[in-house]
Write a protein that binds this ligand. Structure first.
Ligand code: HEC
Ligand code: HEC
Length: 222
């Protein structure tokens, strides 16, 4: 009787030691965060969201709240018809000098050189859901879920249960849409997971779900 009990005790010890070394995997360093957030594309997304989304829309398709106000102008961001310099000039000087709509504002006094360069980067991917979703993730989720989405964000140690490892989620897109939109509490999970429906547009939530699909290392459940 004594020996098996002793062995079971040893086993439990070995197993929990293993578990501890896993849960204590390192959280993001300041350097990780800086590297993730200082990508021009991520910074450009922030500029786009603050200055351009009102007219051009989340997807750059010209479907936005203010679009109707600008009548004939085509607000679709295609970046197909002209070269880089042309679009840069359009952003700097506005529509008029290029014989385009006067409703495209000039940004040279409002944005820094760096911001103009950054937003240019973003314009080339604004049609791509996964890239847009990456920008949503890097600007809203990494504090808890980590730069890699593995649940090892800088704030993760403060929470029990910890932020989910999104690279190994067994939840499908419908479930993710619900928990992201309504928050953890509404789903009977931790209230620490915020209710993003209050802050993010539906489109941004769809985009971040598209991005989450790309970071999965294990296949999602039904
Ligand atoms: C007040 C509304 C408004 C805002 C805000 C606005 N734009 Fe525009 N933009 C327009 C209009 C209108 C056009 C269409 C011009 C035309 O077709 O003559 C346009 C056209 C463009 C085009 C050309 C698209 C193409 O594929 O030919 C680019 C690029 C562009 N805008 C970038 C930006 C950027 C970057 C910002 C934010 C820094 C921004 N716009 C903010 C109204 C706006
Ligand atoms: C303040 C910390 C915090 C932030 C910020 C946060 N989350 Fe969470 N999230 C959590 C916690 C904690 C859980 C785990 C809840 C539980 O297990 O009860 C969670 C769970 C989730 C889940 C469920 C995953 C699964 O497999 O069950 C998804 C999906 C998710 N978060 C997505 C996001 C997205 C997307 C963002 C950014 C828009 C985000 N979270 C921002 C704390 C956070």
């Amino acid at each position: 009787m004594r020996l098996p009990l002793f062995m079971a005790g040893m086993m439990a010890l070995v197993l929990s030691a293993g578990a501890i070394s896993i849960t204590h995997a390192k959280t993001d360093s300041r350097k990780d965060i800086k590297a993730a957030k200082s990508k021009p594309l991520i910074r450009g997304g922030i500029v786009y969201k603050s200055y351009c989304v009102l007219c051009h829309g989340e997807r750059g398709d010209g479907m936005a709240r203010a679009t109707k106000l600008y009548g004939q102008g085509n607000l679709l961001i295609s970046m197909d018809d002209h070269n880089y310099e042309y679009y840069e000039k359009l952003i700097r000087e506005g529509g008029l000098p290029l014989g385009r709509s006067r409703y495209m504002p000039a940004y040279e006094d409002e944005l820094s050189e760096e911001q103009i360069g950054d937003v240019m980067e973003y314009l080339y991917i604004v049609n791509d859901p996964v890239s847009r979703g990456e920008m949503v993730f890097m600007t809203n989720c990494i504090l808890c879920h980590g730069v890699k989405g593995n649940g090892k964000g800088r704030a993760s140690v403060m929470y029990d249960p910890p932020p989910a490892d999104l690279t190994r989620s067994d939840k499908n897109d419908d479930y993710k849409r619900m928990i992201i939109t309504m928050g953890g509490a509404a789903m009977g999970r931790s209230e620490v997971m915020p209710e993003w429906g209050l802050q993010l547009k539906d489109q941004e939530i769809e985009d971040v779900i598209a991005y989450l699909r790309t970071i999965l290392v294990a296949s999602p459940g039904k």
